[in-house]
Design a protein around this ligand. Structure first.
Ligand SMILES: NC(=O)c1ccc[n+]([C@@H]2O[C@H](COP(=O)([O-])OP(=O)(O)OC[C@H]3O[C@@H](n4cnc5c(N)ncnc54)[C@H](OP(=O)(O)O)[C@@H]3O)[C@@H](O)[C@H]2O)c1
Length: 284
């Protein structure tokens, strides 16, 4: 007898990442069987090696899908999802990707938009998550190296962000993967309050009891800094595009998705700070 999708394991891609690791934890805490997948995970899955795709999908009931921004292949993957009988996809996308003036200098549809279209047309149940900038970028993600160096240099001027806690993204993902009422929904996810880079860094500095500074720099200074650290020019320019939404004030908006999906508001940035940063020597 075939199991219904609620009894089948949930495949979580990018399982070691900022959101995937929390989705894995949330699913396990609520008693669901999970296939944690990535190149270095228990279930080996590599976007660049199609031979690894079917094994992680076979027998799964639902998939948390995080695309590889460097080599996006979601449209191909969605065909395998459908062919192997997986019934539900929850796709991690990004805020603003269908708005022409959200990011600066974008001339073709972003790969996240192509991924969304493929998922919507793919013949499974689907939910799309469109988060803004994650709070966890400061300690786990794109801003972590700069933050650790003591000076965060970014071309973001006085732009503010409603930082979304990856714990909230995971809570929404778990609800959409395992619950009802989320099919066909696109949830735009942000935190409850906008803070500038200077304010956010100041809040973390206060918790750490150590000064970390934000220093606004020009786009060219930023690109030069990254290329000196070994980044490719193309990679640095992609970061500039992503950060342009902050500089232009687009990331400051309040987004309704956490409440729409969960019936409660999103966690404040201060919760992330209190949970993540402690004064040196303070074990409490
Ligand atoms: N950071 C933000 O503020 C932000 C905001 C909006 C949207 N997003 C989107 O969020 C996505 C990233 O999600 P995340 O932050 O949860 O992940 P993440 O922390 O960036 O981690 C990347 C994950 O992908 C896996 N991975 C890397 N290359 C892979 C490959 N070739 N094949 C299979 N797995 C691979 C890594 O594990 P292994 O190394 O073990 O393979 C890791 O689990 C991106 O699409 C980004 O555009 C990010």
């Amino acid at each position: 007898m075939t199991q219904n999708k609620e009894q089948r394991p949930v495949l979580v891609t990018a399982a070691t990442g900022m959101t995937g690791s929390r989705v894995v934890a949330g699913l396990r805490a609520s008693g669901h069987e999970v296939r944690a997948a990535s190149r270095s995970s228990e279930w080996r899955f590599d976007w660049d090696d199609t031979d690894t795709w079917d094994r992680v999908l076979e027998g799964a009931g639902a998939v948390y899908l995080v695309q590889n921004d460097v080599n996006p292949r979601v449209p191909e993957f969605v065909k395998r999802v459908k062919a192997l009988g997986v019934e539900r996809i929850v796709l991690l996308s990004a805020r603003g990707i269908d708005e022409p003036d959200y990011f600066e200098g974008v001339t073709e549809p972003p790969s996240h938009l192509r991924a969304e279209e493929a998922v919507k047309a793919g013949g499974t149940e689907w939910t799309i998550l469109r988060p803004g900038w994650f709070a966890q970028n400061f300690d786990e993600g794109l801003l972590a190296d700069g933050f650790r160096s003591g000076v965060l240099r970014l071309p973001t001027a006085e732009g503010a962000v409603t930082w979304i806690d990856a714990e909230d993204i995971a809570d929404v993902a778990v609800a959409a993967l395992t619950g009802e009422g989320h099919h066909g929904r696109t949830y735009e996810l942000g935190g409850p309050r906008a803070s500038t880079l200077a304010e956010a860094v100041g809040e973390i500095s206060a918790a750490l009891g150590r000064e970390v500074r934000y220093e606004p720099v020009s786009v060219e200074e930023y690109v030069e800094g990254l290329t000196k650290e070994g980044w490719s020019e193309a990679g640095a320019r992609e970061m500039v595009v992503a950060l342009s939404a902050i500089r232009r004030g687009r990331e400051a908006r309040i987004s309704p998705g956490v409440r729409e999906a969960l019936g409660r508001g999103p966690r404040d940035f201060s919760e992330y700070v209190a949970r993540t940063f402690r004064r040196d020597g303070d074990d409490s």
